[in-house]
Design a protein around this ligand. Structure first.
Ligand SMILES: Nc1ncnc2c1ncn2[C@@H]1O[C@H](COP(=O)(O)OP(=O)(O)O)[C@@H](O)[C@H]1O
Ligand SMILES: [Mg+2]
Length: 521
């Protein structure tokens, strides 16, 4: 060992310390992004939790300035958020909010949270910029009391530090969570993104009622468009494809099964005794071996065989919770107020052993502003989270760019908005900030298909509308001249009574003729 290496100081970071030092990857890049990410993480936790108990979310958020509005872009902000969701069991409150990488969402099912990190990053950021404790008040309802913690995160130990704990009566069985924190941020520069985020969330989760009071005292209300909740995502066992060596090793260590074939059937979805046997044959390992006694080379052999084996059925999609075609339409109508909407929710598909569902919507006309079709305006959703940044590198942009809009009668400049939604137990994020979905050919294909299905509906609507417009014009000409011809012809024939031209107009009209009031009788 060289002398310099010997003098090197080795040090271990706790999980919270590491994430705090690397907060950029969780989206806390600058003061504006920090307050935006704070809102986003708190709301996403409330949405996840309300879907779990199937109670339409009522979410109240207030951000206020501490002190006067200063010259600085950065200011001290107080964030108060309330929900009526599941609440957190009292013995879990401290670690759910005070320990990074603690989560109820590590199991294989679809949620917005992924890393056991989001809410805590907001708290860590708040604490390290203002040195103030935060408060969490929560109850799971029923006869349970309301527990209130005033706490901080001990960053070096990655542990909650409780400063005050109070217990309140809960006579009405209230359930939900209230979070209060003091943080630094730049609200003025975050305002438009926060409002855009809330509006788009209300498209993706149209059952939610979101109320927001901003630091200038302005009230924004996003009303629900439906009371239908999306299905509760189930928990599923892992699919053998896509499982890495380390996960396989851990599953074996945790299992009591001493027979490899039985182990595969018990711990994986889509594996029955026959599939397990064929898989083990392809791996060259005997089916009755004890999984705990496999050596490193055999483990690798098994893991490779699992990933290469083609005899598995597609992964189980019951762990997914898509928005749903009707709900997506309701959300789009409520927020965008268009003339026409088409939505689809595709069947489940899979990539690398993870199930996913693509959904899409196209809104046209009405209150939508015209935009250039070669850069069609896009609302991207992933696990029902709106993505507002880094659109250029996202798979949805690539998919939308593959649609040839002219084929569907869309003009060069058109009042159109395209919505894409991808739900999966594992969204292939490009970063922990969760803003960009990486490309996977299977997902891209499904997105393009979903968009084309909607585009075909739009195409039919537009061509019918064009025909109707053409017919109206044609009928207008007849309407104008037929009475004149009739009068003239009557006079020419030396008759008194001018015949009624309406029956003729009715015959000519392909899309129905309505007697307009100003037509002469
Ligand atoms: N509003 C809430 N309602 C119910 N549970 C919550 C709420 N906020 C946070 N939690 C719990 O705290 C855990 C940690 O949250 P968070 O740090 O955001 O990580 P993640 O969402 O990735 O799990 C969640 O898994 C959840 O169990
Ligand atoms: Mg979260």
């Amino acid at each position: 060992m060289s002398a310099s290496a010997q003098n090197e100081h080795f040090e271990e970071l706790s999980a919270s310390e590491w994430f705090y030092r690397n907060r950029d990857i969780a989206g806390f890049t600058n003061p504006a992004r920090a307050i935006y990410a704070t809102v986003r993480e708190i709301l996403e936790n409330s949405l996840d939790s309300s879907e779990m108990i199937q109670v339409p979310l009522k979410f109240y958020l207030r951000i206020s300035r501490v002190g006067e509005k200063g010259e600085d872009r950065e200011e001290t902000l107080q964030v108060h958020a309330e929900d009526n969701a599941s609440g957190v069991p009292r013995e879990k409150i401290a670690s759910a909010f005070g320990r990074v990488l603690v989560s109820t969402k590590y199991r294989l099912r679809q949620t917005r949270g992924t890393f056991g990190l989001g809410g805590k990053m907001a708290l860590l950021f708040a604490q390290s910029t203002t040195h103030q404790p935060f408060t969490v008040k929560s109850s799971v309802g029923g006869r349970h009391p309301i527990i209130e913690y005033s706490m901080m995160i001990d960053i070096e130990r990655n542990a909650p530090k409780i400063l005050k704990r109070r217990r309140h009566q809960n006579p009405h069985g209230w359930h939900g969570t209230v979070v209060d924190l003091t943080t630094r941020g730049d609200y003025n520069h975050a305002r438009s993104k926060i409002l855009e985020y809330l509006a788009k969330t209300s498209i993706a989760s149209p059952y939610a009622e979101i109320t927001f009071v901003d630091p200038d005292g302005l009230l924004y209300k996003f009303e629900p468009a439906t009371d239908q909740m999306p299905a509760v995502p189930g928990v599923s066992k892992p699919h053998p494809v896509g499982l890495d060596l380390e996960m396989l090793r851990r599953l074996i260590a945790a299992s009591k099964t001493t027979n490899l074939q039985a182990f595969l059937c018990k711990h994986f979805q889509r594996v029955g005794p026959i599939t397990a046997k064929r898989l083990l044959q392809s791996a060259g390992i005997h089916q009755r071996r004890d999984p705990h006694k496999l050596d490193a080379a055999e483990l690798l052999q098994l893991s490779n065989a699992m990933n290469g084996f083609e005899g598995f059925k597609a992964p189980d999609a019951s762990c997914l919770s898509p928005i749903g075609s009707k709900q997506l339409e309701a959300g789009i109508r409520k927020q965008l107020d268009p003339e026409f909407v088409a939505t689809v929710s595709r069947k489940a598909a899979s990539y690398s052993g993870f199930p996913f569902i693509c959904e899409a919507g196209i809104a046209y006309g009405g209150k939508i502003q015209p935009a250039r079709i070669d850069r069609v305006p896009l609302i991207r959703l992933a696990n029902k989270i709106p993505l507002l940044f880094d659109e250029g590198g996202d798979i949805a942009r690539a998919a939308a760019d593959q649609v040839n809009w002219h084929l569907y009668n869309v003009e060069q400049e058109a009042p159109i908005v395209v919505v894409t939604s991808l739900v999966s137990t594992r969204i292939p994020w490009r970063s922990a900030g969760k803003e960009m979905v990486a490309d996977r050919p299977e997902i891209e294909r499904e997105l393009v298909n979903a968009l084309r299905e909607c585009a075909r509906q739009l195409g039919r609507f537009l061509s019918r509308r064009a025909k109707v417009a053409y017919e109206r014009k044609r009928l207008g000409v007849f309407e104008q001249y037929l009475p004149k011809i009739a009068t003239f012809a009557t006079r020419l024939a030396g008759k008194e009574k001018v015949p009624d031209v309406k029956p003729i107009l009715r015959q000519i009209a392909k899309y129905g003729y309505e007697d307009s009031e100003d037509s002469d009788d």
